[in-house]
Design a protein around this ligand. Structure first.
Ligand code: SF4
Length: 464
């Protein structure tokens, strides 16, 4: 079994380097997308990708935008509704969107990954999800071993439904738990009891899902060190393969729903840090490996193997074991990546629907990476995923002298090296145990769009 480096916790370093930073699910980040990039640019990118000697296989994403009630901490693009017809209307437009885009891809390009996210994918009934799967399978060829996953809200699916999802072909499940403390759940308007969560996880394990992943959030109102420790102990008994520990970013000026969270109920920075430290140590002591940022996994999980053998990548779903795929995404706000082009759909359901009803892809914005973007994207991904950089690998590929091209960036890395976040090697640098918590801060040095002088406060979440 591979063993990954154990991150160390240092409150002083968190104070210095734990500030805001992009999550780097893409580079450039979505903030840079331009409205000049439209449907025609997406079509051109797809045509170009088909012309490559060996076109990339595909990853599909479907954004189901509906939720039946708002979680107050939420920063996602979603529509709160209890409409009984919303699901069918959505599927009707989705069918047209798939019809518009799928024929543009060469039919021998296999789907290796599919993910349903949201919103709440399980807002759709099981019959509707089945229709969605049939629709996708009619238009695309799926690889036999494709990873097919979805996000599940435990309030919306009975254990029998979990079995049915597995029968439809889903083999990965990600369950949003956040916190099991009833007072915290009430404060964020997301109430589900522990028995329901246990039953959902138990059902997923019993029917044989390859990977069960749990999402937790720290920094929510009324959270305490003892309360969150209780959530972690219950989770350890349920033993998910993967566990994500997200840092709640309270940005009520950006996300209106968060205005319903009383800021005096938020844990103090010291309590929040103590929750993070205790959770980190508990998960590591219990045998979970640290993948990066907020992700943990059990030693046998494919993500640990990918991290150990250098094949881990970052994409719009976060860390992933599948690199080199073109991503085609459906639904409002969904982002596709075809080669070096990013295309984001209209955010609003009505705009997305209108574009598709007009017979056009719903692209609202995007960009095509320059050579400099590609180079920086490669560096950022290597820092985020492998924690090391060998300059000559990039020099060969991009035909440049690394130390000259990045003279300023290397200078800006010096204080990070002095603080022990990275160490210089004869070939480049590598992230240390102390630096593992700050991958985003290290990667940010190579971000060509964030000037060192401009902090861009309030735009990105905190690193720790
Ligand atoms: S957190 Fe998830 S379930 Fe809750 S409102 Fe946001 S998208 Fe919906």
């Amino acid at each position: 079994m591979p063993q990954l480096m154990r991150p160390s916790f240092d409150a002083e370093l968190i104070d210095r380097y734990g500030g805001e930073g992009p999550r780097y699910t893409s580079y450039p980040t979505a903030v840079q997308f331009s409205e000049r990039f439209r449907a025609g640019d997406l079509y051109a990118a797809i045509a170009e990708s088909n012309r490559l000697p060996i076109p990339a296989d595909l990853s599909l994403y479907v954004h189901v935008p509906f939720c039946s009630s708002p979680c107050f901490y939420c920063g996602c693009n979603r529509v709160i509704t209890r409409s009984k017809t919303a699901g069918d209307e959505f599927l009707a437009t989705l069918a047209k969107e798939i019809d518009l885009l799928a024929p543009r891809f060469d039919s021998d390009r296999l789907v290796r990954q599919l993910h349903l996210g949201g919103g709440t994918p399980t807002f759709l009934s099981l019959d509707q999800i089945q229709r969605l799967m049939e629709l996708l399978k009619r238009h695309f060829s799926f690889a036999a071993e494709a990873e097919i996953g979805l996000e599940v809200d435990p309030r919306t699916v009975e254990p029998a439904g979990i079995r049915r999802l597995h029968e439809m072909g889903f083999n990965r499940i990600s369950i949003g738990v956040q916190d099991l403390d009833p007072a915290v759940q009430k404060a964020v308007n997301r109430v589900h009891d522990t028995a329901t969560v246990s039953a959902t996880i138990g059902a997923a394990r019993a029917v044989g899902f390859d990977s069960i992943s749990i999402d937790l959030i720290y920094g929510l109102p009324l959270q305490s060190t003892t309360g969150f420790a209780g959530t972690i102990e219950t989770m350890l008994q349920l033993k998910p393969d993967r566990l994500s520990l997200f840092n709640y970013a309270h940005l009520p000026h950006l996300f209106k729903g968060q205005q319903r969270i009383a800021s005096d109920q938020l844990p103090t920075p010291a309590t929040k840090l103590a929750i993070f430290r205790n959770t980190l140590n508990r998960l590591l002591d219990a045998g979970y490996e640290f993948i990066g940022m907020d992700h943990f996994a059990l030693p046998g999980d494919s993500m640990v193997k990918a991290k150990a053998d250098g094949s881990l990548v970052r994409n719009f779903q976060g860390y992933s074991t599948h690199g080199g795929l073109d991503l085609i995404s459906f639904g409002p706000s969904a982002i596709s990546q075809i080669g070096d082009s990013f295309a984001q759909n209209h955010r609003l359901l009505a705009d997305w629907r209108q574009a598709i009803d007009n017979g056009q892809a719903a692209t609202a914005r995007g960009l095509t990476r320059t050579t400099d973007d590609r180079l920086r994207a490669e560096i950022i991904e290597r820092v985020m995923c492998t924690g090391q950089l060998v300059y000559r690998d990039l020099e060969r590929f991009f035909q440049l002298h690394f130390r000259s091209y990045f003279a300023e960036e290397l200078q800006r890395l010096e204080p990070l090296a002095e603080d022990g976040l990275i160490e210089w090697t004869s070939e480049g640098f590598r992230v240390t145990a102390a630096g593992l918590m700050f991958l985003r801060a290290i990667a940010k040095v190579f971000d060509g769009y964030i000037k060192p002088s401009a902090q861009q406060q309030g735009r990105f979440s905190r690193i720790v």
